[in-house]
Ligand binder design. Structure first.
Ligand SMILES: [Mn+2]
Length: 381
């Protein structure tokens, strides 16, 4: 293979010596879908967090699998800003263009200077014994991609680690549009994992799925990984954000990033165990990262007399508790049912439910239905 692209650059050859010193075991950090643009500070902060993680883990290579730059922004400027951001770092940055990266598809990158755009199935970017391949832009259909991959398979080498970078939607699973950032109506660059499961490819590192980290082991022993967006792009991207760590030869490793992300919790209180639910709320928020933004909904029915607290105080207490851990928004729509709980009708109904031959879950549901009806009847006028 012709290229050892880093040989020419001094700072890279230093790194290669380190690589050799560690028995040629490289550390690769894999991410995608940063959607960088001006006025989206959280996304730049997420890039900062990724850079920090790469330093801490002594990564040799950072792989960004597409949608680096949000469409419609001043791509040239953002690309320059991105390059400045990673300048001088002691790891190589490889970028595979995604559906948003129209600009990068036409951008030439020299193989000597990081970041390098990876979009060839003919000539890999090679770092020591690791070869990175990318999907060239401009496919008419998946038949064409399948055919191209079969040609590519002949170039793979059992002696080396071959890694394919891919931004698109695999056909082996069905994803909601919202899990992909709601970007496109159609599947982008549809790809079947079975196309490559006979090939001696070691890893397929993906991008395009925003919602979460996913890893599959293929029949040939290789791995396919979607790391998920490293920062919440839309409100649907809930939960802690992840990146993927690859030590060639080993199973990919999911790591948690302390980057901006949404969380969503709907807490339904009912008169019998509101205390218990509030305790579980405390447990839940204490497990959140400070970078979380929580949409918290608290609804249901509470016997405030019994709890010895009034509605406003409860709302304030919840607000104080939750927002001492993270930022967010509280929707507090709890109904006071103190008076209804003592009514004859409710007591009789509860007695009836106790003896009824129903599952606990059904009994709870019926209780809620009655409370809803009673609140409607007695409180609305
Ligand atoms: Mn995408």
């Amino acid at each position: 293979m012709p290229v050892l692209p880093w040989r020419k650059a001094d700072k890279f050859s230093l790194n290669l010596i380190n690589l050799k010193g560690r028995g040629q075991v490289a550390t690769i950090i894999h991410t995608g879908d940063l959607h960088l643009q001006e006025n989206a500070e959280y996304r730049w902060e997420a890039l900062g967090e990724l850079v920090k993680t790469a330093r801490d883990r002594k990564a040799d290579i950072m792989v960004i699998c597409g949608d680096l730059i949000e469409d419609g922004s001043d791509s040239k400027h953002i690309w320059q800003k991105f390059k400045n951001y990673i300048k001088g770092e002691n790891f190589y940055v490889l970028v595979a263009p995604g559906n948003q990266d129209r600009y990068l598809k036409d951008e030439e990158s020299t193989r000597e200077i990081s970041p390098v755009i990876v979009s060839s199935l003919e000539e890999p970017v090679e770092v020591e014994n690791i070869r990175f391949w990318g999907i060239p832009p401009g496919f008419k259909n998946d038949m064409e991609l399948g055919r191209l991959l079969r040609t590519w398979a002949r170039r793979l080498d059992y002696e080396k680690t071959d890694i394919l970078l891919y931004h698109g939607e695999i056909m082996d699973k069905t994803y909601e549009r919202s899990q992909l950032g709601g970007e496109l109506k159609e599947r982008y660059l549809p790809f079947k994992l079975e196309w490559v499961q006979e090939f001696p490819v070691d890893y397929i590192l993906g991008g395009h799925l925003h919602s979460n980290y996913e890893s599959f082991k293929l029949q040939n022993g290789s791995y396919f990984v979607y790391p998920g967006a490293p920062v919440s792009i839309t409100r649907r991207d809930t939960g802690k954000r992840k990146a993927n760590l690859v030590y060639p030869g080993q199973e990919p490793l999911e790591i948690t990033l302390n980057t901006f992300h949404y969380q969503q919790l709907n807490l339904f209180l009912n008169p019998d165990d509101a205390w218990h639910s509030l305790e579980s709320l405390k447990e839940y928020v204490s497990s959140l990262l400070p970078s979380a933004y929580l949409f918290l909904g608290v609804t249901g029915f509470v016997d405030f007399n019994f709890m010895g607290i009034d509605k406003n105080t409860m709302e304030e207490e919840i607000r104080k508790l939750v927002f001492s851990y993270c930022n967010g928004e509280l929707r507090f729509e709890v109904q006071d049912v103190s008076d209804l709980i003592d009514s004859d009708l409710y007591c009789k109904y509860i007695d009836y439910l106790k003896s009824a031959n129903l599952s606990l879950e059904d009994k709870e549901k019926l209780k809620t239905v009655l409370l809803q009806a009673m609140v409607g009847l007695f409180h609305e006028n």
